[in-house]
Design a protein. Structure first.
Length: 388
């Protein structure tokens, strides 16, 4: 699939003067300089967090000392979710360098690539870091993915994203850990458009109830009660160091390759085969959504890539692993006819199913306090409590 190229001026089309976001991005607006609202959001976040500047660096070092103090006398002082990707692998390296005692936590949806699994092993073995893993039964996991595929909604891999968060919380609660370090960088990856993708526990449960066949027994569902329990009773804090410090994904990749024999897996989101199918094939073909524009826009925005180069990449076909389509069909037990039927059915949205979205909106003042206390990420506050 090649992204449709629309020339400026056609049908009210407009592209941001700073990044590659354009009028096809949901909810986008432009200021008098031609800069999009997402560039303005990034600027606002950089100012608030002091990203890559003295303010941010000092804030991170202060948090490190708080983590050490809170973890005194315990085996671990922080949780780091690991996927085998660049950001989480480098986070473990950085934590050890700073004298932290992390517990690596992994949610296994049974679709890991061999490269990702080996990357996790290499990093953790060399750094002598323990691993806590939650594995969902493969048939149950496949049933959840099949339900989302049948539902015709874009959030095919939403169950994995939510389970990652729930697994991190469970591990932290089990070992009395108060801090979870997350490897997201809005500087390198951006913040995905507010109304493009949505998920919460009620949404996942409602999709699975309507289209699934098996009971959820091993899947770690985060419902609203659990979410409140983790942030109010356990008061587990979510910290994103890359929002504070100077961080380069390319430099991190080089260090990991040289120091740990870490292997690259081909692109953002491609370390897991379900995620790879969703981003490389499902979203572009079903919904005309190519989420490479998030990270490409971020790189152009921060001066790490020329706009022309980013547009050339964006208007080329996404990388698709050999045999990935066949693997997907076989794993979720779909014939060629069924696959084509569901790929060509009418499109649907999370708005058609029960979710917690309105509840999050009503509780916006509460979640503002939670984000200020680092009990939920700012991106959650922005995306979940604002009306679409």
């Amino acid at each position: 699939m090649k992204n449709e190229i629309i020339q400026p001026g056609e049908g009210g089309y407009k592209i941001c003067s700073r990044c590659i976001y354009d009028t096809r991005v949901p909810g986008i607006t432009f200021n008098t300089k031609g800069e999009c609202s997402y560039c303005e959001m990034s600027d606002s976040l950089k100012t608030e967090y002091g990203s890559g500047e003295e303010k941010g660096e000092q804030a991170w070092l202060k948090i490190v000392e708080e983590i050490k103090a809170a973890g005194k006398g315990k085996k671990y002082d922080c949780v780091i979710g690991v996927s085998g990707g660049v950001d989480s692998s480098y986070m473990v390296h950085m934590a050890i360098e700073l004298g932290l005692r992390p517990l690596a936590v992994h949610y296994d949806n049974t679709w890991n690539s061999a490269i990702a699994t080996e990357n996790i092993r290499k990093i953790l073995n060399k750094l002598n870091v323990d691993l806590y893993t939650h594995v969902t039964d493969n048939k149950e996991s496949d049933d959840i993915f099949r339900a989302f595929f049948k539902a015709g909604v874009p959030e095919l891999d939403a169950a994995t994203d939510l389970a990652f968060a729930e697994t991190h919380y469970r591990a932290a609660a089990k070992y009395g850990i108060k801090y979870v370090l997350e490897g997201h960088s809005f500087i390198e990856e951006g913040v995905s458009p507010l109304s493009t993708m949505y998920f919460d526990g009620k949404y996942i449960k409602s999709i699975h109830k309507k289209f699934g066949n098996q009971k959820m027994k091993t899947y770690p569902l985060m419902n609203f009660f659990n979410f409140m329990k983790w942030i109010l009773f356990y008061r587990i804090r979510k910290i994103r160091p890359y929002w504070l410090i100077k961080y380069s994904k390319e430099e991190a990749k080089k260090l990991l390759e040289e120091k740990y024999d870490w292997k690259y897996y081909g692109g953002h989101h491609l370390e897991n085969r379900m995620s790879a199918f969703m981003h490389s094939y499902y979203l572009p073909h079903r919904f005309k959504i190519d989420q490479r524009n998030n990270s490409l826009s971020a790189l152009v925005r921060n001066g790490a890539m020329k706009k022309e180069d980013a547009l050339n990449i964006y208007n080329s076909k996404p990388h698709i692993e050999d045999q990935l389509l066949e693997y997907f069909k076989k794993r979720i037990n779909l014939s060629e006819e069924d696959f084509e039927k569901y790929m060509n059915q009418s499109l649907h949205s999370f708005r058609e199913f029960p979710t917690y979205k309105r509840r999050f909106e009503r509780l916006k003042p509460f979640f503002y306090l939670m984000y200020k206390a680092n009990l939920v990420p700012k991106s959650f506050y922005i995306k979940y409590t604002n009306k679409l």
